[in-house]
Write a protein that binds this ligand. Structure first.
Ligand SMILES: NC(=O)c1ccc[n+]([C@@H]2O[C@H](COP(=O)([O-])OP(=O)(O)OC[C@H]3O[C@@H](n4cnc5c(N)ncnc54)[C@H](OP(=O)(O)O)[C@@H]3O)[C@@H](O)[C@H]2O)c1
Length: 293
């Protein structure tokens, strides 16, 4: 990768009330296949977490329903006691079935249980940010009321168990409704070069300084593939994954990245994307990918 510039203070954005680097790490891929059960390579998983923090990552995304419990236990084993500047963001709202299914768990009792499970497995007395994961449709945002679930999280916040509340897998309307009920620290939805349903929401949140955290930034279980991505990568002597991340960083200032990987080599490759500058003609070529998707 030749087209680089030094990292700058603009590489941070405030999440909750703490600045985090815009390139973070998503820990979901550390559990076993299908995000269920233990990892194939436990020492490798611990090494990825340690390498992330050593490289300066101070924003890690997780949930107690990854594994379940296993990803949080790995984070605790690898990183506890945590660095003062590390922000661990978790999410609640789902439970796993014995068949690895993802099921809604949005009752008050289930949300309380999930918060306590996260606290125990991460070894924390307070969770920095808890995203409420809407489950009206497990695969994507769908309308439905979140006020009761938010009231439960607000109660846990008042008890001091949660510092900030965020949302995940939500519609623009749910975001607007939620922001009338409580302060929303961040929104985490599926978004990447190809999957651009949230363009308007990202811009609206940027105007208010609310972080938007795209999940599946690299395409998730089906990594992104496009001729434009490959061409730009070749021109800049970078990889397509680095270009996909650099595009997101340039897309809007409030975008915080949490690419997932179970490999130290991929982690380092992804973090190096923070130094990749995309010239305007590359941005224009990449813009066409989303437009034609
Ligand atoms: N809120 C939600 O509903 C929700 C849903 C899904 C995910 N998330 C969060 O979002 C985070 C990111 O999503 P994700 O991890 O599922 O998807 P992702 O970041 O889009 O992609 C991860 C996939 O890309 C591969 N990969 C990563 N870096 C690569 C590289 N440099 N070159 C080639 N392949 C690479 C990984 O395989 P290797 O392991 O081989 O590198 C893995 O298969 C998750 O970790 C999780 O914290 C949230």
């Amino acid at each position: 990768m030749t087209n680089t510039s030094p990292a700058s203070p603009a590489d941070t954005f405030v999440l909750g009330d703490r600045p985090v680097r815009r390139l973070g790490y998503g820990a979901m891929q550390l559990a076993g296949p299908g995000v269920f059960g233990p990892p194939r390579d436990r020492q490798g998983a611990l090494a990825v977490l340690r390498a992330a923090v050593e490289a300066g990552v101070n924003h890690i995304d997780t949930s107690d329903f990854y594994g379940p419990h296993i990803t949080n236990q790995l984070i605790r084993e690898a990183l506890h006691p945590y660095a003062d500047d590390l922000v661990i963001v978790t999410k609640v709202g789902a439970v796993r079935g014995a068949d690895a299914s993802w099921n809604p768990a949005l009752s008050a009792a289930q949300l309380r249980q999930a918060v306590h499970d996260n606290l125990r497995n991460l070894g924390l007395e307070r969770l920095e940010v808890v995203n409420l994961r809407a489950m009206f449709d497990v695969h994507g945002p769908a309308e439905g009321p979140l006020d009761e679930a938010l009231a439960t999280l607000a109660e846990l916040q008042q008890q001091g168990l949660i510092r900030h509340i965020g949302l995940s897998n939500v519609t623009a309307r749910q975001v607007a409704d939620a922001r009338r009920i409580c302060r929303i620290a961040c929104v985490q939805n599926q978004y990447n070069l190809v999957h651009r349903n949230d363009d308007a929401l990202i811009d609206a949140l940027a105007r208010d300084g609310v972080p938007y955290v795209p999940f599946f930034p690299l395409g998730g279980f089906s990594p992104l593939q496009s001729a434009a991505l490959s061409n730009v990568a070749r021109e800049l002597d970078a990889t397509p994954m680095q270009v996909a991340l650099a595009w997101l960083l340039r897309r809007a200032p409030n975008i915080l990245l949490i690419p997932g990987t179970s490999s130290v080599a991929h982690l380092q490759e992804n973090l190096a994307a923070g130094r990749l500058e995309l010239p305007q003609h590359a941005m224009d070529a990449l813009q066409q990918v989303g437009a034609s998707a």
